[in-house]
Design a protein. Structure first.
Length: 383
């Protein structure tokens, strides 16, 4: 990393931390929703699958600044995450890792917060209840066993670290065993021969046999949804971190190279890789932030030359985000990263438009995580 590059990252890091601190005035006991409206998040309850990302931002900013207001805000959030899992409030899905790693596992790791530890372990147990023996995967959504939802989604690779953490703190291997089984199933089915990825993959509920890959939020079943591809980048890096299976190094390189090879000139992905330079389709900046974090994670385990290659590519992505998408003025937005897309409708998917060309809270979080990874030796909240 050159001097000017480091100065650029440091300035962006300082700005992001300041913006997070300012946002705690509005979100001290409330949570941002998944996506902004006209670039501003409106305070609301802890209900979305994305709420953990806000608390993760607060912890990251606290680690940087030591500001006690940030710590107090995060601790208030942890109490609400404990309430949420205890009351089973909006937890009938697989996204326990997204909810509880950046919030409650982080609280336990950073401050020894026992309520955070207990909440995260309850979340891990909740996730275990979604494991399907027939097919060996965690069912993402819907009524357990229902044929129309008997599927995994690529995002769930990011929920597996919660289970490996649960094994580490309890000594019970059941969590890690189920996580390993899910990763194996996902890797065998969700990556196409051209190294793009399916968003979701269905299995036969009677036999567990693989049925078909389809999209939910991508443009079409055969396209590469940009955020899904990014989950594949980071998810395969984490799979290798936990399992040290060389096959996951190969998968990481394949899905990451596909991601990099399909970027437009300015390096901010369109929401689906069917689109490139000249398209008027919206971007998804969050995909670049997620992929950058995945590359920086995997670089810790690669030979020097490959590690340098992917680190440099991650730096290029973060530079592009700073240049094209970063919020610098709280009058413009109370988020961190513009030009995200939660969901975009197409003739081939069933999604309504949601959070199109807006801030999305996971984009803000992973942008802050990427800056943190670039500028210091950081202990991830994911494990």
């Amino acid at each position: 990393m050159g001097k000017k590059q480091k100065e650029c990252f440091t300035k962006a890091y300082d700005t992001a931390a300041d913006l997070i601190l300012k946002a705690t005035d509005e979100f001290a006991e409330k949570f941002p929703p998944s996506a902004s409206v006209d670039h501003f998040y409106q305070p609301g309850p802890n209900r979305d699958w994305t709420a953990g990302f806000w608390t993760g931002e607060v912890w990251l900013a606290w680690e940087k600044t030591g500001n006690e207001k940030l710590k107090k805000t995060a601790e208030i959030d942890v109490k609400d995450f404990y309430r949420r899992i205890k009351e089973r409030d909006g937890v009938d899905h697989h996204d326990m890792g997204f909810l509880y790693c950046p919030s409650c596992v982080a609280a336990w790791k950073l401050t020894g917060n026992t309520m955070g530890k207990e909440a995260a372990l309850m979340a891990a147990d909740n996730l275990m209840g979604r494991f399907q023996e027939k097919g060996q995967f965690f069912q993402a959504w819907g009524e357990l066993g229902a044929k129309d939802n008997y599927r995994l989604i690529i995002d769930c690779l990011m929920n597996m670290p919660l289970l490996f953490w649960a094994t580490e703190v309890t000594g019970d291997q059941k969590y890690a065993e189920k996580a390993q089984a899910h990763i194996k199933t996902a890797m065998q089915n969700i990556i196409r021969p051209d190294n793009s990825t399916y968003h979701t993959f269905f299995f036969d509920p009677e036999t567990g046999a693989p049925v078909k890959g389809v999209t939910h939020q991508g443009y079409r079943d055969g396209s590469a949804w940009a955020r899904g591809q990014a989950w594949g980048v980071y998810g395969s890096a984490l799979a290798y971190k936990f399992l040290k299976n060389d096959a996951y190094v190969d998968i990481f390189c394949r899905v990451t190279d596909y991601f990099l090879e399909h970027l437009p000139e300015d390096k901010i992905p369109y929401w689906d890789f069917d689109f490139t330079d000249g398209s008027d389709e919206p971007r998804d900046s969050s995909s670049a932030a997620i992929a950058a974090c995945g590359m920086l994670e995997m670089s810790k385990y690669l030979p020097q030359e490959k590690a340098r290659h992917y680190t440099e590519k991650a730096e290029e992505l973060v530079e592009a985000l700073i240049r094209e998408c970063a919020v610098t003025d709280p009058a413009v937005s109370n988020g961190l990263l513009l030009h995200g897309t939660y969901a975009k409708s197409s003739p081939y998917n069933t999604c309504p438009d949601l959070g199109v060309d807006e801030c999305v809270i996971w984009g803000d979080y992973f942008y802050m995580e990427a800056l943190t990874r670039l500028l210091r030796d950081w202990e991830p909240y994911w494990y």
